[in-house]
Design a protein around this ligand. Structure first.
Ligand SMILES: [Zn+2]
Length: 204
């Protein structure tokens, strides 16, 4: 596999001879080159430093960070994000807390709206720290969503919400499930493409 940061990872059983692995890599160089080229074209996955001028996503829009001395809140979003200089070392923690808080409000409201529209009953909405799993629907119809999703445009959030709500009726990814998603949210393909191309950006 090739991970999101464009590192090649070859997994093999513990006793696989090295030349077998090398042969495997040799046979797959075309695929490896193609995949690496595609990944390198995608927006870069870069660890945030929480410094002035750095950009942070919220609902698909990029906002620059300001670090200021006299602010009443540790972190706030006005024209851009404003981080209290005294809290700079806690930047990551504060951003996660902020995103989680917004995710809870925004995603819960979108779930409620779509559930009412299609007369679906869910148990609860929970916000998780999942890395790549944007949402899930438990057997008891409790819905989970990653806080990272609030970095994405609302149209993408809506797709994930509709996807999980559709699992209330179909607990699988069968043809009937996808037909249901298609009927509820005809733009689902665009949202899926956006997630595939930008997932590396939905991180700190
Ligand atoms: Zn699913």
């Amino acid at each position: 596999m090739i991970s999101a940061d464009a590192t090649l990872v070859v997994r093999a059983p513990a006793h696989t001879p090295l030349d077998t692995i090398e042969q495997f890599v040799g046979k797959n160089t075309d695929w490896i080159k193609r995949t690496l080229a595609r990944l390198q074209k995608r927006p870069q996955v870069k660890q945030k430093q929480f410094v002035r001028g750095e950009e942070f996503l919220f609902l698909g829009e990029s906002h620059p960070l300001e670090v200021q001395n006299d602010t009443d809140q540790p972190l706030d979003l006005r024209d851009g994000f404003i981080l209290n200089a005294k809290e700079q070392s806690r930047g990551r923690e504060l951003f996660i807390e902020w995103y989680k808080n917004e995710a809870k409000k925004i995603i819960a409201a979108r779930v409620e709206w779509w559930a009412q529209r299609f007369c679906l009953a869910y148990k609860s909405v929970n916000i998780t720290c999942a890395n790549r799993r944007w949402g899930s629907c438990a057997p008891n119809d409790r819905l989970n969503f990653s806080w990272r999703l609030v970095m994405a445009p609302i149209s993408v959030i809506d797709y994930v919400v509709v996807h999980e709500l559709a699992h209330i009726t179909h607990k699988n990814h069968s043809r009937r499930f996808w037909n249901r998603v298609e009927a509820m949210y005809p733009d689902h393909k665009d949202a899926k493409t956006w997630l595939r191309e930008n997932e590396g950006m939905l991180n700190l």
